[in-house]
Design a binder for this molecule. Structure first.
Ligand SMILES: [Zn+2]
Length: 86
């Protein structure tokens, strides 16, 4: 499965926007962020120093209902049970 490299971030105007993880990393503890597809909580990961892994997004809690999760079961998108609210 390809790594997710974009996410939703809520601006100071309250609007959710899609941005790349590279642009989001400097704000990672300051602004609400969530998975674009299931709206679940996410963790941001920097690129590995040795180049083995690019910067990417992971779900804070694995979710079989999201194609962006490594736990995806292939049965379609379902909203994450622990969503970040609008
Ligand atoms: Zn998701």
């Amino acid at each position: 499965m390809p790594l997710a490299t974009d996410l939703e971030i809520r601006g100071t105007d309250g609007v959710w926007r899609t941005i790349s993880v590279v642009l989001a990393l400097p704000n990672k503890n300051r602004k609400p962020m969530r998975c674009i597809v299931c709206k679940g909580h996410i963790k941001l990961h920097d690129a590995a120093r040795d180049g083995s892994q690019q910067a990417h997004v992971e779900h804070a809690q694995r979710w079989p209902g999201c194609p962006r999760s490594d736990a995806y079961d292939g049965n379609g998108v379902r909203p994450h049970p622990h969503r970040v609210p609008d």
